[in-house]
Design a protein around this ligand. Sequence first.
Ligand SMILES: Cc1ncc(COP(=O)(O)O)c(C=O)c1O
Length: 363
Amino acid sequence: MKSPVLLNPGPVNVTPRVRDALLRGDLCHREVEFSDLMENIRQKLLKAFDIEDEYTSVLISGSGTAALEMGVSSCLSLGKSILIIKNGVYGERIEKIADIYKFPKHVLNYDWGQPPSMKDVENALKQHPDIEVVALVHHETTTGLLNPLFAVGDLARKYEKKFFVDCISSLAGDEVDFKACSIDFAIGTANKCIQGLPGVAFVFFRKKDLCRLNYIPDRSLYFNLLKYHGAQEAGDTLFTPAIQIHYALDEALDELLEETVQGRIRRYKEAADLFRKGFSEMGLEFLIPEGHRSNCLTALRLPESIDYTDLHARLKSQGFVIYAGQGNLQNKIFRIANMGDLKKQDIETCLQALNATCSQKTQ
Ligand SMILES: Cc1ncc(COP(=O)(O)O)c(C=O)c1O
């Protein structure tokens, strides 16, 4: 049976090569073969983003939120606070994690889709010297907004703060320049622009921060970044990992290294441009203005005559899975992502199907 074309923001369509890697065979995670696999993946991740010299990577079996919780819960020194810049569901998720761990926090709250003001960020940093970590979601998948990584990173550097970035839905799809943006912690996952399968996620952090992190008391058994790092450096794992998903990630990283991150970003941009040209020709309204959109996802206002459930069903019957709006954007927008092993022909056929549905409904 042919897989549907996944236009949701992950899990994405993967190549047959990545899917076939699941069948590399059964393996015990305490054997040297798994240590080698894990080490290869950790190195390939660093190599893909050209950060082998200053950063280290840590794998965790679980979805992106597992790595996010591990990163957030492990990054803040005792007695310090976190500044959370929030303009969508995933900024809210960082705040929820901070609340569960009872972290002192400062929050800059914006409407969904509204970019943060650098004046607000700078004022918060000036007024609250207790802030140690500034947290930002790079690509707010809720709306398709690309948050200003460089500008926030610049302020974090100016005020000597740690910069924590959720780049789960942008890494390898949009530019993430770790060093130029002064990133200290970055969170990613296998099953979005990395084009692996769901079940493994990862945290990058600066090797020079290990000493500070070592002073932070354990806050969690399962989401302990330092403990995972220590075990993985020794070629070991704390708990049973999703072994076959690691096989797929290893293969996906080989593909990424062959395509190069810059090549993939270009491909995603071309895909987004092709979709957006079609959306404009259909007269659909974009939620996010040009210049603020990610390369990976487009949020469109739902025309009044169209019901989301009906639109989803019609496109699904023709082989395309689109994505709903979340929270207060439910039934107001729909989202079309262009991550994964997506072909130009798929985009063109999807645009034709969308156009046919929209024009039929507006007649
Ligand atoms: C920016 C961002 N952060 C976090 C997550 C959570 O990832 P997961 O659903 O894999 O836990 C997502 C998922 O789409 C996301 O887009």
